[in-house]
Design a protein around this ligand. Sequence first.
Ligand SMILES: Cc1ncc(COP(=O)(O)O)c(C=O)c1O
Length: 383
Amino acid sequence: MKLFDVYPLNNIVIEKAEGSCLWDNQGTRYLDMYGGHAVISIGHTHPHWVKRIEEQLHKIAFYSNSVIIPLQQQLADKLAVLSGKTDYQLFLCNSGAEANENALKLASFHTGRKKIIAFTKSFHGRTSLAVAATDNPSIVAPVNETENIIFLPFNDINALHECFAKEGNSIAAVITEGIQGVGGIMVASDLFLQTIRSLCNQYGAVFIADSVQCGYGRTGKFFAHDHAGIDADIYSMAKGMGNGFPIGGILIAPHIQPKHGMLGTTFGGNHLACAAALAVLEVMENEELMKQTAENGAYLIEQLKTIPELQNVRGKGLMIGFDVSEKVKNLKKVLLQEYKIFTGEAKPNVIRLLPSLALDRKQVDEFLQSLKQAIIFLNQNPA
Ligand SMILES: Cc1ncc(COP(=O)(O)O)c(C=O)c1O
């Protein structure tokens, strides 16, 4: 049987990983500045995470949501402490798209309304409504097309005011990332997020903070939206939540009331996933990873800004992007092939850095040194 060929692949087989390092089947070591697409939060194969999952496997891996699963409450309690959203409610699912799908549905149930505001260059996932709110027509199938999504320009406060003035009473939700990831590390301004908050309050709409990529400590605060000093009504989470174990969830403000049967899932919140997610939060807390992320991120951004071939260095914590000039447009490829460093990208010429929050200062310096050498190499060997 053939694999369904939807991914452009690097010709690399990764066999082993530890912290921020990967090894291929030839024994070559790579530095992971991509975190498997922002998924690796506490570091590959962290011993506490491995132990927690291993121990849980010997007890029970799965039972359905028809019984009490105490690990879910333990996870909710720990999330309350680390996120600071102590009076929010937790619903667990399995992925980022599913988290957003549930967030959008819940907003519609809660308000009885249909219209959703999303923004240019947004990415919210590939399920039906999440993909409709994603600004990329090439991944929206005809069946997903809907008139219920209104796209506005990102960071445009006037457009928000105008839209709410015209149809505010039919808006169920506004959904936005705090920093757009797939869109190329575009940081939402504090004023933009504050304006969404106040307009949602004024018109009774739900503010959904898509924190699938930018959340879970990646920016040095638990949610990227926290930098603006506002609370959203729903936060969607996934990627870093399980450090590679599939789990997603939404945090829901107390004024949004549940009803039996309103949301549901077979696998969401299973014992094994909760054990993995608890291990992640325990390590984040014990190793003070959010503080480390803020410090290492600030240092990395400052250093990147001194390199003339990199333009518009931007981001927060360890969610960083920059544009590469035409002369060094093959930088990502050269970093991987010659310097054995994984990075991410966004079209047309953005390099995205999304390493583990446990990346240490020595590894930051190793990356910077290789990056500078790669640029010298490209300047001497133009494409
Ligand atoms: C901001 C954001 N939301 C949602 C998703 C979808 O998450 P998943 O691939 O787990 O469904 C992604 C994935 O890249 C994302 O970056």
